[in-house]
Design a protein around this ligand. Structure first.
Ligand SMILES: [Zn+2]
Length: 195
């Protein structure tokens, strides 16, 4: 018998860190191998608003989690990958895929960074980054209350110096500069005013 939401089987299993044998999945959910293959393939290929597949998204967010965790930074407070993943996707949804600070849609940041050939923009810029509202000592935890998603330009500029409210004038300037670069007419392009 297949569960009510087959995709949930794989989303859930993908979010555990330990490797899970496909045979275990077949046994656990009473699936024939061909059923399991179809559900798995379908799940992997589902795309979100940015066009990223589930397969790539989970892999990318898992990389972010392990990258932060491996640095053994004691401000890192997400206890497991699953909680981090669910925070990330909920926050992305809440911010409507825009930078929290300058309000630029992620897809517009990606357009700009694709054009920049400089080193450092090859791996960054395509997606929003995990950033702390407050990075001052004592208040600098990476947790669901202190973290937001922001663009590479705001992340670089805000550094650990500014708190969110202190950074606002700079973020407004970055948003304006980015719109000028993209030549977006804010009165006619409703799509890009979504944030
Ligand atoms: Zn920004």
């Amino acid at each position: 018998m297949i569960a009510a939401n087959p995709n949930a089987i794989f989303e859930d299993l993908f979010l555990y860190d330990e490797y899970i044998e496909m045979g275990d999945i077949e046994q656990r959910y009473h699936l024939q191998p061909f059923e399991r293959r179809k559900i798995y393939n379908d799940f992997c290929e589902i795309k979100d608003v940015s066009g990223e597949t589930n397969r790539d998204k989970i892999k990318r967010i898992r990389g972010l989690y392990h990258n932060k965790k491996s640095k053994k930074d004691e401000s890192w407070s997400f206890t497991d990958f699953k909680s981090f993943y669910y925070w990330y996707v909920a926050q992305y949804d809440k911010q409507k895929s825009c930078c929290e600070y300058c309000k630029t849609p992620e897809k517009n940041i990606a357009i700009i960074t694709r054009k920049i050939k400089a080193k450092g923009f090859k791996s960054r810029g395509k997606h929003l980054e995990v950033e702390r509202r407050d990075s001052t000592v004592g208040n600098n935890k990476y947790n669901k209350d202190n973290c937001v998603l922001c663009c590479i330009f705001c992340n670089n500029a805000k550094s650990t110096l500014f708190k969110q409210d202190e950074f606002k004038p700079i973020a407004d300037g970055i948003g304006l500069a980015v719109r000028n670069i993209l030549k977006i007419d804010k009165f006619s392009n409703k799509l890009d005013l979504s944030c």
